[in-house]
Every structure is written in C-alpha cells, then in structure tokens.
Design a protein around this ligand. Structure first.
Ligand code: AHR
Length: 517
C-alpha cells in the first residue's frame, strides 16, 4: 500500500468502538437537509431468487413433510429472516431459467408435475414442486411483492397471457376456475412483470432491434387493468452496453415502465477465474471494490441514454441483477454458483446501496443476486441450519432508507491506492426516514485505514446521534452456518455532535449507519 501507513495486522482492532487502525484519513462533508431529493424507493432493496442450485430447493422449499420447520413447505427460519429485512419484492423464477420455464409445469397436484432438466444450471433435476402457488405463498409469507419474469426467449404471447389470466382473473373463466381448483380462490396481483431475461444472451441471443419488436408484441398482449396496474419491465443491457438501452428506448419506451440493467462484480473481472470468496488478499479486496464502483458510472451512462427519450424519467432503470460473483466453493457443483459471503460482501452491498440512492430518481428497483445459497446470498443453509451473511446484515442496517427521502450529502472522499488501483476510501448517502429521523449510511472500502469525517449539518438541528456498525477483525470474516455470527451489527460509538457538526470516525472495512434525531 502506498500510504504512510503500514502497520502490522495485530494493530487492527475490532471496531465496535472507534478503534485505532493502521492510519486515519480525513474528509469533510456537508448535509443539505433543506434540499430534499426524490424518494428512495423501498424496491431498491429487492431480491432475486432463481431456480438455480440450492436457491429454491433447500433454500426456500423443503416440502410440507420435512422435519425442518415450515409453513406449507416453505422454511420458517428463512421467511422470518427475510421479514426482518423488510424484503419489498422478490424476482422469480429466473434468470436464465425463466426463458425455458413453462408455468403449467408448476401447477396442480405436486406428485403429478413433470420433472424437467434445469439446462442452464448443471442440468439438475427440476421437480417443479415449487411453482406459481408456492412462489406466491412464499412472497406473501415474507410480505414482499412478486416480480415475475415471463418467458419471452422460448415461448409465445399466448403462454404469457394464459399465465397472467390464471393468476389474476377474478371471473368465472376456465383458467380462474383452474386456479381455484388448485387451491387459490382470490386472484393474485402481478405488480411487476419482466418481459424476458438477458434477451441478448441466455434469453434468446437477440439483437436489441429484434428484442424491441418482441417486446412490443408481448406487451401488446399483456392486459393491464385498474385492479392490476403492472410495472412492465424490459430486459435490459449487459453492463456497459448502452447501445442496447438506446435501441430499446428508441423503439419501445412507450410500451414499458422500466428497463433493467445487469451488472455483477468479479474481483478479477475475468469470467474464467473470478477470484475466491474467502482467503483473498488486500489487493483482491481493493480490486473488487474498484469493480463494484463501476456501478455508479454504468447507471449514469444508461440514465443519460434514457434521458434522451424520456427526460421526465417515467421509465425506471431497474438493476434487477447485481452482486458479487466468485469462483464456487471448492467441492460444490460449479453450475450451482454456491459461494461464501464475507465482510467484503457486506461492505460492497452498502457501497451499492449508496450508489442506488444517488440515482433514486431513475433507479426505483434493484434485485440482489441471489437470496439464498447462490452468489451474494442473504442466507446460506445446510439441512436445518442457516447463516445470516454479512450481506444480510448490511440490508438490515439500511432498512430505514426504504421509502425515505433522499438528502444531498456533499463529500470529498480521500482515496487510497493498492497496486494499480486508486479508489475512494468510502462512499455515503443520507436520507430523511419515514420516522422523521435523518440516516447517514457509510461504507469504508479501505481495508486498513479509518476515516475521520466531519459533516457540516447546515440547517439541521440534531439533538442526538446513535448508530450501528458492521465490521470484523479480518477482511474475509464470515458467519458459519449453525454458529453464532461473527459479523453482525453492533452499537456504534464513533459519532459525536458539536457546534452544528457531526464527527464520525469510520473504521476501516466497515459499514456504519448513523441516526440523527
Ligand atoms: O444470477 C445468475 C445468472 O446470471 C442469471 O440466471 C442470469 O440472468 C445472469 O446471467
């Protein structure tokens, strides 16, 4: 590291209090509480749960006869944990899986459902035990809205129309009565519908021109109503492909309400050797953050393209797949994308939340990939045991930002350099919560140095300050399944109010959420 500060690892202290780390950087900021911005949609804290590996089977679904406590086959421990982070929306059934999925496979008596191959994900058997009724039940138990991805890649608009009618009709038509026969009288709502997934890749290898036509065709047969006012989401770009955004917006922006964006963070940026989830170096830590910070630039660029066709920002930019993607845990099935989750993932989640908040005017939904046992998971399971990951706890700490009002927080962050990477030491965002309190979320990406931050509160008169911190002694600390967590929020004592200023000592490699009352 190029900075002044190379201090032995033994000097790194666990920072539930403002600890002395390798060094301290300084930064200034100004909060503009009198210049409120847009609402930070709670849907920014959405989840993506695909039929992939042990994401659904084991992760959510254990079946009604399981010894693992469940309600109608859905794990109680998982539902309770997800309720605690106020999951607002769950995207299902894929991912790549969605564009080979036929909804009819997943309805009716479970013992009569067909078994298929999950071709995208290791060819694993797909029993279809978890289908529409089970997913809607899961979402209802969690208290989340369903976001369904429609098969556009290998299907046709009739299949889509019939699925929607099956779910949403309250009349006496044949499909509604079939739903009733299968145990659900009350029609469901479909507040979010995605038209295809990664149409440029596993969703059909389409050009943006071809996809735009498909989108116009499918949305033409999607019947919205006052009772079921769906947000129609187009399959969006892969990372930096702004041409995709340009063509879809030019040809079909009037047919949609949102366009998606997928961006995954790989430590190396190399899909053949992505990097390990644990046991990584400080360089790999820094490379990971350098790559995740690209989210800011990606959103800015795609938003600028969208502005050309939609200056009033009617069409949302939904980052409905994001998160870390590492090499799978040794000994696990490569196509199941099972990876561990460390403090690095928790800090990275907060970095992304802060970025999403900065773009709350356009980014009104995101979905982290994926909820359980896959990629940057909230929860890892083994039999009847679970671990709540550092990412889970970052989501938990940021709950007050859901539906809060964005407040500008001007900050000049110091940078740090590791090898060929120079990145800001931290990022932050602020909001006025629904409870009237002010929340400031901060993520320190520097693995070695604290940041001493002084924030001018301007017109805000705060009486008290409190907070929570997520950190650990090691960069790759993680929570073991079935054991007490070692990375979990603790009370934060490193913030003080004096003379209209808020001073925060933000420990290295930490997430802090400060509350001003
Ligand atoms: O999240 C895993 C996969 O990543 C999804 O199925 C696909 O949409 C993306 O490429």
């Amino acid at each position: 590291m190029l900075k002044t500060l190379a201090v032995a690892a033994s000097a790194l202290l666990l920072a539930a209090t403002a600890s002395v780390n390798a060094g301290t950087l300084t930064a200034q900021g100004a909060l503009k509480a009198d210049q409120p911005g847009p609402q930070i949609s709670r849907y920014i804290y959405g989840q993506f749960s695909e039929h992939l590996g042990r994401g659904i089977y084991d992760g959510v679904w254990v079946g009604p006869d399981s010894k693992i406590p469940n309600v109608r086959g859905i794990r109680t421990d998982v539902v309770n944990a997800l309720k605690d982070i106020h999951v607002p929306v769950i995207r299902w059934p894929g991912g790549c899986f969605a564009d080979e999925y036929h909804w009819r496979d997943g309805i009716g008596p479970r013992d009569q459902r067909p078994q298929r191959k999950n071709n995208w994900w290791a060819g694993s058997p797909e029993t279809n035990a978890f289908g529409t009724h089970e997913f809607m039940d899961f979402a209802e138990q969690v208290g989340a809205d369903p976001y369904l991805s429609i098969n556009v890649g290998s299907s046709n608009p009739t299949e889509m129309r019939e699925w929607i009618e099956y779910m949403t009709s309250g009349d006496q038509d044949t499909l509604a009565n079939e739903r009733r026969k299968n145990g659900r009288d009350k029609p469901w709502k479909t507040p979010f519908i995605g038209f295809g997934n990664e149409a440029w890749g596993c969703g059909g290898n389409m050009t943006p021109e071809f996809y735009s036509n498909e989108l116009r065709r499918y949305t033409g047969f999607y019947h919205r109503s006052a009772e079921n006012p769906t947000v129609r989401i187009a399959s969006g770009a892969n990372a930096g492909d702004t041409n995709w955004t340009d063509v879809v917006m030019k040809n079909a922006s009037h047919n949609i309400d949102a366009l998606s964006l997928h961006y995954y963070t790989l430590p190396t940026g190399n899909w053949d050797k992505k990097g390990a989830a644990t046991g990584f170096t400080a360089q790999a830590w820094t490379d990971t953050f350098a790559n995740t910070l690209k989210m800011e630039d990606l959103i800015t660029k795609h938003s600028a393209v969208m502005d050309q066709y939609d200056p009033k920002k009617r069409v949302g930019l939904f980052v409905d797949e994001w998160g870390t993607w590492y090499d799978v845990e040794p000994g696990t099935i490569p196509g199941h994308l099972y990876q561990n989750n460390t403090l690095r993932d928790g800090v990275l989640a907060a970095v992304n939340f802060n970025i999403f908040h900065h773009h709350a005017d356009r980014v009104r939904l995101t979905a982290v990939a994926q909820t359980i046992n896959v990629l940057q998971a909230m929860i890892l399971t083994k039999d009847d045991k679970i671990a709540l990951t550092p990412t889970y706890y970052a989501f938990k700490m940021y709950v007050p930002f859901q539906d809060a009002t964005y407040l500008p927080l001007d900050i000049t962050a110091p940078t740090f350099t590791m090898g060929d990477k120079t990145i800001p030491a931290f990022n932050a965002s602020a909001a006025k919560g629904k409870d009237g309190k002010i929340y400031i979320g901060l993520a320190n990406m520097d693995p070695n140095d604290d940041v001493a931050l002084s924030v001018d509160l301007g017109t805000l008169k705060a009486r008290s300050v409190s907070g929570q911190i997520l950190t650990a002694d090691k960069m790759d600390a993680y929570n073991d399944i079935g054991k007490a967590p070692v990375v979990a929020p603790a009370a934060f004592k490193g913030a003080k109010l004096a003379g209209g200023k808020l001073s925060i000592t933000l420990p290295a490699k930490s997430v802090v959420v400060v509350t001003l009352d």
